[in-house]
Write a protein that binds this ligand. Structure first.
Ligand SMILES: C[C@@H](C(=O)O)C(=O)SCCNC(=O)CCNC(=O)[C@H](O)C(C)(C)COP(=O)(O)OP(=O)(O)OC[C@H]1O[C@@H](n2cnc3c(N)ncnc32)[C@H](O)[C@@H]1OP(=O)(O)O
Ligand SMILES: [Co+2]
Length: 137
């Protein structure tokens, strides 16, 4: 794992929460994007050394929908920036870490992403996020 790329926060209403992060906390909104495959609308907030990813469910098929129903709004995942995501996934699998998919899938900003099951990471949902070749940091 190279660095923390972003911290994912589950929210009920993206526009309302963007106002909190920008106007109340004084942070900068970087972009808003829909990630169809994950059924989420996301906003990236610049927090200096790390981004905050606000996630609003687009439907009840979204993992964020179930999370908010069970636990309410709050910290949902921590994303590690990696390069060579398939190799990293293979290494983790060999070490006994349970991944939620065989292959990475599309994430925000054209990244390839994959998740580790929170049960095998001791209560934390970790994402692997590979933006190599996308020109974004
Ligand atoms: C756009 C993209 C990007 O950055 O580019 C994104 O981030 S998309 C971000 C949204 N997409 C995802 O999160 C996709 C990957 N996530 C998933 O597939 C799911 O959310 C799972 C992590 C498998 C959980 O779903 P499941 O239906 O199993 O829910 P569940 O409520 O039965 O949870 C099973 C157990 O895991 C725990 N659990 C569930 N979600 C958790 C979370 N976020 N953090 C820590 N623990 C969590 C529950 O408390 C439960 O433990 P107990 O059994 O002890 O009660
Ligand atoms: Co994420």
């Amino acid at each position: 794992m190279e660095r923390v790329d972003h911290i994912g926060i589950a929210v009920r209403d993206l526009d309302e929460r963007i106002t909190y992060y920008t106007e109340t906390l004084g942070l900068k909104l970087l972009k808003v994007e829909e990630v169809e495959s994950q059924q989420v609308r996301v906003a990236f907030i610049d927090a200096g050394n790390v981004k905050i990813e606000l996630l609003e469910p687009m439907s009840d098929k979204s993992a964020i929908h179930g999370f908010i129903e069970k636990r309410g709004e709050g910290i949902h995942h921590v994303a590690f920036g990696v390069t060579g995501i398939r190799e990293r996934m293979a290494e983790l699998r060999e070490k006994g870490v349970r991944l939620l998919s065989e292959e990475p899938g599309p994430g925000a900003g054209g990244a390839e992403v994959a998740f580790m099951h929170p049960k095998s990471s001791f209560g934390v949902l970790y994402e692997l996020c590979d933006k190599s070749g996308k020109g974004e940091k």
